[in-house]
Design a protein around this ligand. Structure first.
Ligand code: TZP
Ligand code: MG
Length: 229
């Protein structure tokens, strides 16, 4: 069997086009700046646009991400990912299930699943998710109605149980992560046998007036965590 190309999950950007986050900036320009600054993977998350508009936006973003070798995923919508020809999807517990998504998108697609508990994480890992988006770590105004806030200790428990079940599924966590806490999140979530492969952020980059610089500085924090005592 041919191994899938390794994916760099270290700085995972989730987009948000709502005025509260994006302001009057242009989505494509912000994503371009973030890619220049070093985000390694991008998820188009847009709960408002209708089908045709979403495919159009995805194709625009793909023109930016693809030449940079940065995978583009679409939140929730397997059909949109197929229509736009992007690299994959991110599905939540209430979206199309992973097995069906895999059947539709094929073995090479990147499929990520949201996991809020050990049970959800183990199930998604067993079902063949490429990565898990673990969270919500900290409460965040970016996403209302988040299920439970699990904190860094909740993330650590999930990593521990994935490792003891023998899974090498990749993991990022999401929710309230910014420049001020990124290194602490990496440090506090690490279990002896498994650590996060990256951090996912929305507002830390999307709401920034300088998304390129926001990505550069976050990437530095992630790639070189401090020598905590
Ligand atoms: N899923 C859980 S929290 C969240 C999502 C999409 C939003 C995270 O946004 P931010 O601005 O990085 O806290
Ligand atoms: Mg969803």
């Amino acid at each position: 069997m041919v191994e899938k190309q390794p994916i760099d999950y270290s700085l995972y950007l989730v987009t948000d086009s709502t005025p509260a986050i994006l302001g009057d900036k242009d989505l494509v320009s912000v994503v371009r700046a973030a890619v220049e600054g070093g985000v390694t993977i991008v998820q188009l998350r847009d709960k408002k646009s209708d089908t045709g508009e979403l495919v159009r936006i995805a194709k625009e973003l793909h023109k930016v991400t693809k030449p940079a070798g940065v995978p583009l995923l679409i939140n929730d919508r397997v059909d949109m990912a197929l229509a736009a020809g992007v690299e994959g999807v991110h599905v939540g517990q209430d979206d199309l299930n992973l097995t069906t998504a895999r059947r539709l998108l094929g073995p090479d697609a990147i499929i990520g699943v949201t996991a809020n508990s050990e049970k959800e994480a183990l199930q998604a890992a067993r079902d063949g998710a490429d990565y898990l988006g673990i969270g919500t770590v900290y409460a965040t105004p970016t996403k209302e109605n988040t299920k439970s806030i699990i904190g860094t200790s909740g993330v650590q428990q999930i990593l521990t149980s994935l490792a003891s079940d023998g899974h090498d599924v990749k993991t990022v966590c999401i929710g309230g992560i910014n420049h001020g806490n990124a290194q602490r999140v990496l440090y506090q979530t690490a279990s002896p046998s498994k650590r996060l492969d990256g951090l996912a952020v929305v507002s830390a980059i999307m709401a920034s007036n300088d998304p390129r610089e926001a990505a550069i500085s976050l990437r530095k924090l992630i790639v070189q965590p401090p020598p905590f005592a």
